[in-house]
Design a protein around this ligand. Structure first.
Ligand code: ATP
Length: 303
């Protein structure tokens, strides 16, 4: 549904995207994660043709993002973090305004269901809504025409836990029953882990990792090593060992490409005093934190 290759974008002297390669496959939920400033919003805006790119290709629904036409937009539901809407309108006025743009695609029953689920005030002007209500209004106006491709940039900001949960369950149901393709950027990794099929992790304008969630989880392990004597950090550690810390007789790190036999061999080679070796599966949040820490120390190492 979305194929991005070699995408580059700079703002003045700052190159924000250094050649992004990313796939958002049809019928799957792809989570887009990364530290602040990694380039998630810039990538999404290039795909939604809100920003022009400097280099590379971006295909959305089989079409170059620069040439998306109204018939494509009728199949795309895009909600951004700072969605602009006319503040002087009420929610029903907003929906009356956008509905005609989607013609037969607009589903009045679904609109009513979303309005009821989100419990939105109907007489209040948009500018007087809370941040969460504002997000919900923009979600209703972007989902009521049952788009095939849903692009959400930080949709949870401002939503309380109950609504967040309801919104996610609804989205999940639609993804399954209607085969929706979802591309969602978020810092809320626990939520994302519950429903994403795929994850792409962005770091400093590059996609560092993208794969099915299960494949990523199967590759990462938290390793703890018990030593017979106090030891210092060895040199020449494998590249897939992230954030090695040695404290007294315990060494800990995250293995980003775990393989039981080679992990045992490497640990014994680098820690001859090894008396215990434990490998624990970790969740997406722990994986993200381990990667973010290693990105930070790489940056600090360079500066
Ligand atoms: N309009 C702009 N003008 C100048 N620099 C920009 C602009 N938009 C983004 N940037 C820069 O591009 C880089 C990527 O920003 P972007 O907003 O895409 O990151 P992000 O991953 O979405 O961050 P966050 O998680 O904080 O929302 C940052 O260095 C940011 O300062």
């Amino acid at each position: 549904m979305i194929t991005i290759r070699g995408l580059k974008k700079h703002f003045r002297r700052n190159e924000a995207l250094h050649g992004i390669d990313l796939d958002v496959p049809e019928g799957k939920v792809t989570a887009f994660l990364g530290p602040n400033g990694a380039g998630k919003t810039t990538t999404i805006k290039c795909a939604m043709n809100l920003l022009d790119r400097d280099a590379g290709s971006v295909e959305v629904l089989g079409t170059d993002a620069r040439t998306l036409k109204p018939e494509h937009w009728q199949r795309i539901g895009y909600v951004s973090e700072n969605q602009k809407m006319p503040g002087w309108m009420t929610v029903p006025q907003l929906l009356d305004y956008v509905r005609p743009m989607y013609g037969e695609h607009w589903d009045r029953d679904f609109e009513k269901k979303l309005l009821a689920d989100f419990d939105l005030p109907l007489k209040t002007k948009l500018r007087s809504l809370s941040r969460g209500q504002w997000m919900k209004a923009s979600l209703v106006s972007s989902l009521a025409y049952r788009p095939r491709l849903v692009v959400l940039d930080e949709p949870f900001s401002g939503l309380d836990p109950l609504v967040r949960d309801e919104f996610l369950s609804g989205l999940l149901e639609l993804t399954e029953t209607e085969g929706w393709t979802v591309w969602i950027s978020s810092h809320d990794i626990e939520e994302v882990e519950r429903f994403a099929d795929r994850v792409a992790i962005l770091n400093n304008g590059r996609v560092d990792l993208q794969d099915d969630v299960e494949a990523i989880q199967s590759r990462f392990r938290a390793i703890e090593i018990g030593l017979s004597d106090e030891s210092a950090s060895p040199s020449g550690i494998p590249e897939n060992w992230l954030n090695l810390q040695v404290q007294g007789r315990i060494a800990r790190f995250t293995d980003s490409n775990y393989d039981e036999s080679s992990s045992n061999v490497d640990c014994r080679r680098l820690f001859p005093g090894l008396v215990r070796h434990e490998a624990r599966p970790i969740n997406l949040r722990e994986i993200f934190v381990a990667l973010a820490k290693s990105y930070r120390s790489q940056r600090q190492g360079k500066s």
